[in-house]
Design a protein around this ligand. Structure first.
Ligand code: HEM
Length: 418
């Protein structure tokens, strides 16, 4: 299929006709509404102003939170009706549940239901702040009202992980007028609340700027392949300022004044972690949580340059919705750089080199900035990052050593960006 067809398919199906995706939280079919209501009922119990450290108290809280949630789900969810609605959507029948509502259910399914049950509750990962006793849990048995709905949603979006991803948890968590629906730290200090807001909104704002970038990328490819080199060059020239704006959002946003280093690690990141899994055929399969590496735009940029993927195949299938994977694959297959020989189309090559250089600057800045956040002390937990789960074990020796693999990943990716 052509790059333009695949982009339109992504926007049409996963974006409900818009990008960033259209997500609607109103007028849900009554069988699905309790998923939202239950989240709003339990969310104030998720975050505590200081880490709870007594294991017995934590485990008791976990049990009480989970049994409360189990009861609410059992009382309020009509599973047969939920399955009927989700099956109809899966079969392409959007009469009772519209695409833009299903997008909201995907977010609710992860953030609201599984997220809070697994994590927030005062346990699983993402006790807020995360604590060691929470990180020790390796398997969680979810209530059927969560498991069954999530399985259907994952089939629709084409991801296999039990955990969520940047699309479900972040991109689909905004209404058309820009309100973030499922918040994590309800009732905490302004510093925590505003850091959480600024952090997640940045990913949404970046995807908002990315829409016209995707169009320019596709236009540049089409023009190049139709031998309209001057048009292709013009599209590439248009890309540079648009991409610079995206990087600028990161440079301006990941600063202490907007995303406080003091609170980010403890209050904003942990909820998006996962680190638990399931025993399948006698083997423990563990899923990770969210990472900036899930963001479509950065995958699209690498693919446009013809670079290999950052995420391994297994993680692509676990965390990246299939229609996003198809889009980046088609960009990679049609990469202009890969189609030009040395010494050929020099102006086009030079323009792409400028784009590559800007991405290198982003990666260098990202590596330097994020380490300052990851190095914050959090003695109540094992060293972890949401996207790669627990990093500390009996082979590691302190913070520096535990973070070394992350630094290596980021440095390698920077070096590959040429
Ligand atoms: C305090 C904030 C952040 C921290 C601590 C952080 C940390 C990390 C870490 C440790 C990795 C490597 C491990 C992995 O793949 O998950 C990573 C990868 C990545 N992050 Fe972040 N990140 C932060 C914010 C952001 C933001 C705001 C963006 C984009 C808007 C972003 C984009 C990426 C991308 C694209 C990658 C994949 C590696 C690459 O393509 O170079 N990160 N991040």
């Amino acid at each position: 299929m052509k790059p333009s067809t695949i982009l339109l398919n992504l926007i049409d199906q996963d974006g409900a006709g818009q990008w960033p995706p259209l997500v609607v939280y109103d007028d849900w079919p009554s069988a699905l509404q309790p998923y939202q209501d239950i989240y709003h009922e339990v969310v104030p119990q998720l975050s505590s102003s200081s880490p709870l450290l007594d294991d017995d108290t934590l485990m008791a809280r976990r049990e009480s939170f989970r049994s409360h949630m189990r009861e609410l789900l059992k009382e309020q969810i009509d599973l047969l009706e939920v399955e009927r609605l989700l099956n109809a959507a899966e079969a392409g029948n959007w009469m009772s549940l519209r695409r833009e509502q299903l997008n909201g259910v995907y977010c609710a399914g992860q953030d609201d239901l599984k997220g809070s049950f697994a994590k927030a509750v005062g346990d699983g990962w993402a006790t807020i702040p995360v604590v060691k006793v929470a990180q020790a849990e390796t398997v969680i048995h979810f209530p059927v009202e969560l498991d069954s709905a999530w399985a259907s949603l994952q089939r629709h979006f084409g991801c296999v992980a039990e955990s969520g991803n940047n699309t479900a948890n972040v991109l689909y968590n905004f209404t058309p007028d820009g309100n973030r629906v499922f918040k994590i730290n309800v009732g905490q200090s302004d510093e925590i609340v505003s850091s959480e807001e600024a952090f997640f909104r940045m990913f949404y704002d970046i995807e908002d700027l990315a829409r016209i970038v995707y169009i320019d990328m596709v236009d540049a490819i089409v023009a190049f392949e139709e031998n309209r080199k001057a048009d292709s060059l013009r599209c590439l020239q248009q890309l540079k300022p648009k991409l610079d704006k995206i990087y600028q959002l990161f440079y301006d946003g990941v600063v202490d004044a907007k995303i406080s280093r003091k609170v980010w690690l403890s209050y904003c990141q942990g909820f998006q972690g996962w680190g638990v899994g399931r025993v399948i055929d006698g083997r423990h399969v563990k899923y990770d949580g969210l990472s900036g590496s899930h963001a479509l735009i950065f995958q699209a940029i690498d693919a446009f340059f013809g670079m290999e993927r950052y995420l391994i195949d297994e993680n692509m299938v676990r965390y990246i919705p299939v229609r996003q994977r198809e889009f980046t694959s088609v960009l990679r297959r049609h990469s202009i750089r890969a189609q030009t020989e040395k010494g050929e189309c020099e102006e086009i090559q030079a323009e792409i080199s400028k784009l590559v250089q800007a991405m290198r600057v982003f990666r260098a800045a990202h590596r330097t900035r994020v380490i300052l956040y990851l190095e914050q002390p959090a003695p109540e937990r094992l060293i972890m990052t949401a996207g790669k789960s627990v990093l500390e074990n009996h082979h590691t020796n302190g913070l520096e050593d535990a973070l070394a693999p992350l630094k290596k990943m980021m440095t390698t990716r920077l070096q590959e960006t040429v």
